[in-house]
Ligand binder design. Structure first.
Ligand code: NAI
Length: 218
């Protein structure tokens, strides 16, 4: 994937976490937070947090910490959450429907314009008021409607074909849930999501805990 700045992906991947914790603090009406406090909540070290935020110009004040509202707003801006992105969801099955019904994405500026499927029983239906179209029309719809992001929720066998249609239509990014990496031109941002990685991490930690407690007994 082509990058346009020297900010490392490790920093980029921590930003949404900061954003989420700051949203919680904001909701709880917390006005000010120190980097130590942010460290306790996020699990990152205070110096890591300061270093990350310094990449974008700092925002904290010595002896005061961070103003929660300001920092939340700045990180929203850095993440581009003050913009609107048009999305399409491809695959109107369990996951596609769950994504369309989860309104948090829409509230965050990712606006679903259409859903696509091959199943004639789904085509023409509306899910959360968004129409399901025939996937045959995916490329032209993306082109005609200036779609920014394609969300792939099809079976693994179909994801490459779908990614190519999205790419030809001109999307800037693909959020791929199918359990197979897709290959498209380098200037398209691709994020592959695997919930199983998170679940298997739990599995590892459970196993580790069990082994340690067994070892302690002997
Ligand atoms: P599903 O079987 O309920 O839905 C798949 C939908 O895709 C169906 O409606 C089907 O008609 C449609 N479809 C098939 N070929 C298509 C094509 N060429 N163009 C457009 N639509 C097409 O499956 P489910 O449970 O919604 O899962 C969808 C995908 O997401 C699967 O690949 C699954 O492995 C993956 N998945 C990934 C997760 C993750 O953490 N990344 C979590 C859950 C599912």
């Amino acid at each position: 994937m082509e990058r346009f700045s020297s900010i490392s992906m490790a920093v980029v991947r921590r930003l949404p976490k900061y954003h989420r914790y700051l949203s919680e603090l904001k909701k709880n009406d917390v006005k000010r937070v120190s980097s130590q406090e942010l460290s306790r909540i996020t699990g990152f070290t205070a110096s890591q947090i300061r270093q990350d935020l310094n990449c974008f110009g700092g925002f904290g004040q010595q002896g005061y910490g961070y103003n929660v509202d300001d920092l939340h707003q700045q990180i929203s801006k850095i993440l581009g959450l003050d913009k609107i992105y048009k999305t399409v969801i491809v695959g109107a099955g369990n996951l596609g429907q769950a994504i369309v019904n989860y309104t948090f994405f829409e509230k965050s500026g990712f606006i679903p314009q259409a859903i696509f499927d091959v199943n004639p029983r789904l085509i023409g239906l509306k899910i959360n008021d968004i129409k399901v179209h025939d996937v045959e029309n995916l490329e032209s719809f993306v082109k005609d409607n200036g779609i920014d992001i394609g969300i792939i929720c099809t079976p693994k066998s179909q994801c490459q074909k779908v990614a190519e249609a999205l790419a030809k239509g001109g999307v800037q990014a693909i959020w791929n849930f199918a359990p197979s990496d897709v290959s498209v031109h380098d200037d398209i941002i691709v994020e592959n999501v695997h919930l199983s990685e998170s679940l298997f991490t739990i599995s590892y930690l459970l196993k580790e805990r069990e082994e340690v407690s067994k070892a302690k007994k002997y």
